[in-house]
Write a protein that binds this ligand. Structure first.
Ligand SMILES: Cc1cc2nc3c(=O)[nH]c(=O)nc-3n(C[C@H](O)[C@H](O)[C@H](O)COP(=O)(O)OP(=O)(O)OC[C@H]3O[C@@H](n4cnc5c(N)ncnc54)[C@H](O)[C@@H]3O)c2cc1C
Length: 304
């Protein structure tokens, strides 16, 4: 999530958009940035917020609300977040800003989850947490927006997420290959790597995995090279994230079958990958959102 903000800062600087220089300078100086967007029950995600953003009259804001799943919770030093300004003359405006960790921020110790233990994505309560004018990055209309903050977050987030879960799949494939070479059949006396069914399963995993790294690399290059994919960007980005998650889940599932019962023990690395990979579907774009984006691109908007 630190890389999401430093990535958005790069998207800005590559396009000559000012405002996030302090993120690049801060990262160099050792600041740890967290990403405070998710809120309970807010399926608008980037396009809306239940957090109150109250202007201070000098261009700054104070934020009150609850953010969920804030990764890096024990260690972040700056939290990039959004909230809704409903009181200014031009309200409503979605405000994107960065706050410091002060007494106005409470981090719960509630990351008791099935997997992804290391992310420590705890609940964050904001009680008038302030950002001065220099750390208010954007004020935009709620809803879908052509603003670079939306493209920046969307592109960097989806590509990083796709990369993380593709990495899980790669490790599961490595472990499956190693186990198939190590385990021997009493029936044939041969290593499982000689079993045609296991060979087929590992080949299937590899064929599925191999599709993702080139897609991720190409889209990342397109972002860096400022390629104009227009409205296609959104199905391309949510699509690569969805394909990566679906592929990774299937590959880890297959790796568990190749590795056998030993992988069911909690201490087994594959067991951890199995638990971690499940988290992939919850991150935006979830399967529903990825499909509605793809359908909208091909069929036009849903008529109500
Ligand atoms: C490993 C991991 C790391 C993540 N890191 C980040 C991060 O750093 N920053 C970030 O912004 N997001 C992060 N996310 C959040 C993620 O991207 C999704 O937004 C999150 O999974 C919520 O999904 P959901 O809406 O399906 O969950 P839901 O199950 O709908 O909601 C999650 C929780 O919110 C509460 N809730 C749900 N509905 C309501 C309601 N109507 N009213 C009140 N409370 C409600 C419940 O307590 C529920 O358990 C992370 C997710 C994961 C799995």
């Amino acid at each position: 999530m630190h890389l999401v903000w430093t990535g958005v800062a790069k998207v800005f600087s590559d396009r000559g958009v000012p405002g996030l220089e302090f993120v690049q300078d801060g990262a160099v100086a050792g600041e740890v940035f967290a990403f405070g967007i998710s809120e309970g029950g807010n399926d608008l995600v980037l396009f809306g917020s239940d957090t109150a953003a109250v202007p201070d009259g000098d261009g700054g804001y104070s934020f009150t609300g609850t953010k969920i799943f804030t990764s890096l919770a024990p260690v972040w030093t700056k939290l990039g977040l959004h909230g809704l300004d409903t009181t200014s003359a031009d309200a409503p405006k979605l405000v994107f800003a960065f706050i410091d960790r002060t007494d106005a921020v409470t981090t719960s110790d509630d990351w008791d989850t099935l997997g992804m233990r290391a992310t420590q994505s705890r609940t964050t309560r904001l009680n008038g947490a302030t950002a001065d004018a220099a750390h208010v990055v954007r004020r935009i209309d709620p809803g879908p927006s052509p603003d670079p903050i939306v493209f920046g977050i969307f592109s960097v987030f989806e590509i990083l997420l796709a990369s993380v879960y593709t990495g899980i799949a790669r490790r599961a494939l490595e472990l499956a290959v190693a186990t198939a070479q190590k385990r021997h059949s009493k029936r044939t006396g041969l290593a499982y790597s000689q079993d045609p069914d296991i060979r087929w399963r590992i080949a299937d995993m590899s064929i599925a995995y191999d599709a993702l790294p080139p897609q991720i690399a190409q889209l990342a290059r397109d972002v860096d090279d400022r390629v104009d994919n227009g409205a296609r960007w959104f199905p391309l980005l949510s699509g690569v994230k969805h394909r990566a998650i679906t592929m990774a889940k299937q590959v880890v599932d297959d790796a568990m079958l190749v590795a056998g019962g030993g992988s069911y023990f909690s201490a087994n690395e594959l067991s951890r990958l199995y638990r971690d990979v499940l988290a992939g579907a919850f991150h935006p774009s979830d399967p529903e959102s990825a499909h509605s984006t793809a359908a909208g691109a091909l069929l036009g908007p849903l008529q109500t």
